[in-house]
Design a protein around this ligand. Sequence first.
Ligand SMILES: [Zn+2]
Length: 95
Amino acid sequence: MLDICLVDLLEILRRRIGNRPIIINSGYRCPDYNTKAGGVPASYHLYGMAADIRVPGMAPAEVIKYALDVGFLGLGLYPTFCHLDIRHTFYRWEG
Ligand SMILES: [Zn+2]
């Protein structure tokens, strides 16, 4: 199940980028699936606090700028998607 705060923030992001659709590649993961998906053991996906997203027609680097703007603190930039999570301290990385 996804944390309601994550859903709220994704909705705010969706509006902020001009009501474009946000495709969620991966949201909540159970521990087994997280391991198979190559997630780290303490992944925020396990708590429903993370989503890997992409926005058609928008570069992940651009999406992440808006995500930072609306208040996401965990920001992972990947070639084809962004990992966003609602951790409480700022952490940004590239994968
Ligand atoms: Zn992720």
